[in-house]
Design a protein around this ligand. Structure first.
Ligand SMILES: [Zn+2]
Length: 196
């Protein structure tokens, strides 16, 4: 059983920040399977008529959910994702899935389609990406719940690692040592490692 996201109660914390950013102050992790939306300025419209059909999985390298959220708040970072998932299964939404987040960079998928930011949803997992840092069950629960939601909303045809789609190959290695076997249950092609 994949647990359901226990909704958007944490949205109520929006607007109670320090006046300089939309982040709640003091920062509190949303909690297992709870979602808070903290909008990143690093986003834009998707190209007209684009079909969102791909999920890209990342590791943050940044060690905490708070620090990742703050990085996505900084315009100078020029990066964002649609969702970031903490190790305890806390979820921060950074960008609407109907908009284009900036997570993939120069990229190409197995079909030869370039610029995955146009047509993918980017999900970041808080993980050092050192090959040793684990992906706890709570974090995987939240990721699976998001995939269930995305499959209902969009005609998803593939899940890919950032490593697989980043151009040139070797530019990215995330998510390292990710438990791909657990994601076969979705019946979607999984692309990770080195493209053939
Ligand atoms: Zn990445």
């Amino acid at each position: 059983m994949i647990p359901a996201i226990s909704c958007v109660s944490a949205l109520l914390t929006l607007g109670q920040g320090d006046g300089k950013s939309p982040m709640p102050s003091p920062w509190v992790e949303p909690g297992y399977m709870k979602l808070v939306w903290i909008q990143s300025p690093n986003c834009g419209p998707r190209p007209e008529g684009v079909v969102v059909d791909t999920i890209v999985i990342h590791s943050t390298v940044i060690p905490t959910l708070e620090a990742t959220t703050r990085a996505f708040q900084r315009e100078s970072s020029q990066v964002s994702a649609h969702y970031t998932i903490g190790k305890d299964g806390s979820i921060v939404q950074n960008v609407s899935t109907f908009d284009r987040a900036w997570h993939a960079g120069v990229s190409k998928d197995v079909r030869g389609k370039e610029n995955l930011n146009h047509f993918s949803v980017g999900i970041e997992l808080v993980n050092l990406n050192d090959g040793k840092d684990p992906y706890p069950a709570a974090q995987m629960d939240a990721l699976k719940a998001i995939i269930v939601v995305l499959k209902r909303r969009f005609p998803i045809v593939q899940i890919a690692s950032h490593e697989y789609i980043a151009q040139p190959y070797g530019r990215k290695s995330d998510p390292t040592n990710f438990p791909w076997d657990e994601f076969k249950q979705f019946g979607l092609p999984l692309y990770f490692g080195k493209p053939k």
